[in-house]
Ligand binder design. Structure first.
Ligand code: ZN
Length: 434
């Protein structure tokens, strides 16, 4: 099933024409309506009429998170404030928050792209979506909500947390689709086991998981524990929220709604465009956004792109699983490490759970890494010697992945704090200035 056959399975040349037409209009609008873009384009010597082909987008300067922060709160809006009907914001944990404003049409399109995603997860209007993404300024809750409405499905606005109630509702309402962060899905799965609820008591068939990095290994665990198909959703507040891209049942990349977002992959260092299949930084441009259009936004997310038709029949461009953000990279003794590499190595070992924390410190002049990982009760043993053996095995597996020797500490089940939103994977005690 495809939600919007016309746009999701569009002929590629026709798609390019549509993108160019929309891009031209978008560039002209921001130049006229948003002083930030006028200033930026003028400084770069770019005029909207210089855009004749899609490739000409490369002449336009990038927009960065810093630009959005400087425009806080409403400096990037392209319409009068009375046309804005909803506002979201990032949490601002890594700096000043950034804001996104939506017009009526923007909300309609947001619903549309998420409805496409719910259908990719096998959803129909008959489904009961247990939406355990946080409701509030965070885009996760409301985003899925708008999508469920658009599709005509039944959305249960659970928000994150209150795990006991989540389980009751899941059983009593017979929820069929679960949406939340992958770490919370894992926590729910553990809680289900602990509560003695059997898979047969549940009606869950699929999950829409995103808003944080997760690996294939983590997917396998969640699918196995919940008996569902777990799919990846991608998005960012700056562009709209979740739904910019979503995985279909073929699990071979995330389909970008590229009639609304124009994707590019660049080399983050040289800023030059990369070809299909090459890994680089994802750059996105909104093609239809009214409230807060964004041109060439540097997402800092690392991925590659594929324009071939998918086996599901969709022709929208696909991005590969996002393995990390340039922001998530940790530099340890000069080596670049992504938490996803550590997660992949940990989950290759039987008896370990996806609950882990990476602690980086610099006691003297050398960086040290300690990884705390929870083991299942069967693996967790008091026998010191056996423990050491397993820790060694884990350290070897990680060394293969990242090339560095790290310290491993297997800890008892439930000793690492659980998160109801995004999991805290890295604790950097080095206090380095970035
Ligand atoms: Zn597909």
């Amino acid at each position: 099933m495809i939600y919007n056959e016309k746009y999701e399975s569009m002929d590629l040349n026709e798609k390019k024409e549509l993108q160019l037409r929309r891009l031209k209009k978008m560039v002209k609008t921001v130049y006229e309506k948003v002083p930030f873009y006028k200033k930026k384009f003028d400084a770069a010597g770019f005029k909207p009429e210089d855009l004749e082909t899609l490739k000409d987008i490369e002449k336009i300067p990038f927009t960065t998170k810093t630009d959005l922060r400087e425009a806080y709160p409403f400096g990037m809006f392209a319409v009068d404030e009375d046309e804005i009907i909803e506002i979201h914001s990032t949490s601002g944990t890594t700096g000043k928050p950034t804001v996104a404003g939506y017009t009526k049409k923007d909300i309609k399109i947001w619903g549309e792209i998420i409805a496409r995603g719910i259908v990719m997860a096998g959803g129909t209007k008959k489904d009961i979506i247990q939406n355990a993404y946080g409701y509030g300024l965070f885009t996760g809750g409301m985003g899925i909500h708008h999508g469920g409405y658009k599709l005509g499905a039944n959305v249960v606005p659970m928000s994150a947390g209150n795990t006991k109630r989540q389980l009751e509702i899941m059983v009593d309402f017979q929820s069929t689709i679960l949406s939340c962060t992958p770490s919370y899905a894992m926590y729910l799965a553990e809680s289900i086991e602990k509560a003695g609820i059997k898979k047969s008591d549940l009606a869950l068939k699929s999950g829409i998981f995103g808003a944080e990095m997760w690996t294939e290994e983590m997917r396998d665990k969640i699918e196995d524990k919940l008996g569902i198909t777990a799919l990846n959703i991608y998005g960012l507040t700056e562009l709209t929220g979740p739904g910019v891209a979503m995985e279909c049942m073929a699990k071979s990349g995330l389909h970008i709604s590229d009639d609304h977002f124009y994707p590019e992959i660049i080399d983050p260092k040289t800023k030059k465009p990369l070809d299909d299949g090459q890994e680089g930084e994802l750059v996105l441009t909104t093609l239809t956004k009214e409230g807060m259009p964004i041109i060439r936004f540097r997402t800092k997310d690392l991925t590659s792109i594929n324009h071939e038709k998918c086996e599901c029949g969709r022709t929208t461009a696909r991005i590969s699983r996002l393995n990390g953000r340039t922001d998530d990279m940790i530099k340890i003794r000069g080596v670049i490490v992504f938490p996803s590499q550590i997660e992949a190595a940990l989950l290759k070992i039987d008896g370990l759970t996806p609950n882990y924390q990476i602690i980086v410190s610099r006691p003297e002049s050398l960086d040290e890494v300690e990884i705390l990982v929870e083991a299942t009760a069967t693996l967790f043993s008091d026998e010191m010697k056996k423990m050491e053996e397993i820790e060694n095995k884990i350290a070897n597996e990680i060394k293969k992945e990242i090339g560095l020797r790290v310290k491993i500490r297997i800890v008892e089940s439930e000793s690492i704090p659980r998160s109801e939103g995004k999991a805290v994977r890295v604790i950097d005690n080095r206090h380095l200035t970035k």
